[in-house]
Design a protein around this ligand. Structure first.
Ligand SMILES: Cc1cc2nc3c(=O)[nH]c(=O)nc-3n(C[C@H](O)[C@H](O)[C@H](O)COP(=O)(O)O)c2cc1C
Length: 369
């Protein structure tokens, strides 16, 4: 796997460049890290040169196209990104080879947050795939630290090695997992409120499984099931569920998928067809999630909310759903969906109150799947 590293500082003693050199030294044999040294030679971007770019811009574009992922470390200048990195990105804005490129961003100055936020915004606008789990702020002890000092600090070595592992994992997963990592109308994982909550839940977590468990428990325990608590408004989009603190099972599954995706953990939607009461029709759809865990593969979880007789847990590889199928009329519907079923969206957007939704719960025969 090839990672192209870009430093947004031209300073000889730059800590951002030192961080990238340290990453290069830590890379295992399966990862080649290449530092692009020509950013200082790039002329200022001029759209008139788009079709006949200068040699150094062509070289940058070629190296970006050849890389499986980019790793950017760049300082903050006057609460903004440096001209060096912005100019480099401007040369890539209209370049097709940049679209969907996995990119991780390192912040070497913990007190500086404006540039980090702005850089992420620019990258997402340019259609990069931001690798959130590998995009971290490094707790460097001083502004004059060299890569030798970094490589002698176990905490920094562990963080940077983790960055490499997470980039590698994302690059391997992306082709199959792309639909399960993306933001959409109802799984709006890039909504600022979702991004903030996802980051809060991930704080200090050592591994993805821990983050997934925290996201699951947050949605299961902190978001009230709309019918259990008779709570309006009816919610459907993940951010609505988060802001109002309530949702039906399907809506809660949208929020859980969004929080997981915002943490770069692949997540999908699953459905069961359950009887509403006892062992006879009518049926309704019950929404839950599947999360992709590195150790276990796809693993189903149900954050609808526990209550007497309902006890869903996150305990992979053991599956502990809210409603294990015991009635022969009920079914686990096949498939893991990247987006909600249209009938679910219809029920959660057309009715005004939770009572109306309850009397018009979505259903779908297994063959209509
Ligand atoms: C022109 C200039 C402006 C700066 N503005 C900020 C700033 O707004 N916020 C901040 O936290 N640091 C600011 N700094 C400090 C740098 O971010 C810090 O020195 C960083 O280590 C530089 O990165 P480098 O070592 O990779 O060159 C500024 C430094 C320079 C040279």
């Amino acid at each position: 796997m090839k990672i192209l590293a870009l430093s947004g500082s031209l300073r000889a003693a730059s800590i951002n460049s030192a961080v990238l050199r340290a990453v290069k030294q830590l890379a295992p044999a399966s990862i080649e890290v290449r530092l692009f040294s020509g950013l200082g030679n790039l002329p200022l971007y001029n759209p008139d040169l788009e079709n006949a770019p200068p040699a150094v811009a062509r070289q940058l574009r070629n190296e970006v196209a050849a890389a499986d992922a980019l790793l950017i470390a760049s300082p903050e200048y006057a609460h903004g990104v440096t001209g060096t990195i912005k100019n480099a990105l401007d040369w890539l804005v209209a370049f097709e080879g940049f679209v969907d490129k996995p990119v991780a961003v390192l912040n070497a100055t913990p007190r500086a947050h404006h540039a980090d936020t702005a850089l992420r915004e620019t990258l997402v606008t340019m259609s990069a795939t931001l690798i959130e789990t590998a995009s971290i702020t490094l707790p460097l002890p001083s502004a004059n630290i060299s890569e030798t000092d970094m490589l002698a600090a176990p905490e920094i070595v562990s963080l940077l090695s983790g960055v490499l592992t997470k980039i590698q994992r994302t690059v391997k997963l992306l082709p199959d997992m792309k639909p399960f990592l993306g933001s959409s109308v109802y799984i709006d994982s890039q909504h600022p409120a979702i991004v903030a909550q996802a980051a809060k839940l991930a704080e200090g977590a050592a591994a993805e499984e821990e983050i997934a468990k925290r996201c699951f428990e947050f949605v299961r325990d902190e978001i009230k099931h709309s019918w259990d608590y008779r709570l309006n408004p009816v919610t459907c989009k993940a951010f609505e569920v988060l802001i109002h603190g309530t949702g039906y099972c399907c809506a809660k599954s949208h929020l859980l998928a969004a929080l997981l995706r915002a943490n770069a953990i692949p997540a999908g939607l699953c459905y069961q067809r359950l009887t509403l009461d006892g062992d006879q029709p009518p049926f309704c759809l019950h929404g839950l999630n599947a999360v992709y865990l590195p150790q276990h593969g796809w693993y189903r979880i149900d954050a609808r909310g526990n209550k007497p007789g309902v006890n869903a847990e996150f305990c992979p590889p053991l599956e502990k759903l809210a409603f294990p199928i015991v009635n022969p009329l009920e079914q686990d519907l096949p498939g893991i969906h990247a987006e909600p079923l249209p009938t679910v969206v219809k029920a959660l957007t057309e009715y005004q109150t939770v009572e109306q939704v309850y009397h018009n719960l979505p259903d779908v025969a297994a063959t209509e799947q």
